[in-house]
Design a protein around this ligand. Structure first.
Ligand code: ZN
Length: 281
């Protein structure tokens, strides 16, 4: 159910086809107390009311965040990174399912967002955009692996000289790029045949190429297959991408070499790997 870079991109593209030009007529929030307490929704609910009357100018995504921009100096930031559903409803009558935020549009259509794990649904005015956590993190100067300037040369520049282990270089707040989760990380380093404890600065040119190619290939496949398994797009279609490595490979053998898959604790999380294909030199 997680919504990471490829899935956020699918959501933004789909909403970008239907929402621009629509006027917000009402916003409803439900079951929000706990979400507010843990910082997943605005503490001040009046921010959601300020979406009312705004006309959608556009919907874009960067990293794991979807940004709906309105013409009344308001924005809706949607980032259900660890789980959630963002659904578009042609008629409001179909929008009966559980939600934390429902946005009604003047033409009778609606958008619902429900978080099922850690994530953020935030209404922000233009002045607060840069300071908001999701926007600041993802709409930043950092490289994005789906943008044209993310070339192998740029990737090499970004990671060269980084003496930290690959996970810290690719995932989290100190990463050199946006949009890479722990889950995508496991998939990527398995594809590239790299052990998670390798240091970026120790990679050979060929290993760097393999890593870059794996990042591009993973994102391309997830986009092409409608997102990862468990993800549901804004029309309710399910993602069909099965991770090549991750918790879904628990107790299984490596499809390449037949070695039992291992799980190690690494960088504040669990990493599944093939000890044979991803040898630590
Ligand atoms: Zn293997």
């Amino acid at each position: 159910m997680s919504v990471e870079l490829p899935e956020a991109s699918i959501i933004a593209k789909q909403l970008g086809e239907v929402l621009p030009g629509k006027r917000v007529s009402a916003c409803h929030v439900r079951d929000y107390e706990r979400m507010q307490r843990i910082g997943f929704m605005n503490k001040d609910l009046s921010y959601y009311d300020r979406l009312n009357g705004g006309v959608v100018e556009g919907v874009v995504s960067r990293g794991n965040t979807v940004h709906v921009k309105l013409d009344n100096a308001m924005n809706l930031l949607i980032g259900p990174e660890y789980g959630g559903r963002v659904l578009y409803h042609e008629g409001a009558g179909t929008a009966q399912e559980k939600y934390h935020l429902k946005v009604d549009f003047a033409d009778g259509s609606a958008l619902t967002v429900r978080l099922t794990s850690m994530g953020v649904i935030s209404a922000v005015d233009d002045d607060g955009l840069e300071a908001s956590y999701l926007y600041g993190r993802d709409f930043s100067e950092k490289a994005s692996p789906v943008e044209p300037d993310f070339t192998f040369e740029r990737f090499t520049e970004l990671i060269s000289g980084k003496t930290r282990q690959l996970k810290q270089v690719l995932v989290g707040k100190d990463a050199v790029m946006v949009g890479m989760s722990n889950s995508a990380f496991q998939d990527v380093i398995y594809r590239a045949g790299l052990h998670p404890k390798r240091r970026a600065s120790d990679l050979s040119i060929e290993e760097g190429e393999a890593l870059y190619a794996a990042i591009r290939a993973l994102i391309d496949e997830r986009l092409r297959l409608g997102g990862k398994e468990g993800f549901v797009d804004t029309h309710g279609a399910e993602g069909r991408y099965t991770p090549k490595m991750g918790p879904n490979m628990k107790d299984k053998d490596c499809p390449r070499c037949g070695t039992p898959i291992q799980r190690i604790s690494h960088g504040g999380g669990q990493v599944y790997l093939c000890p044979e294909c991803q040898r630590h030199p």
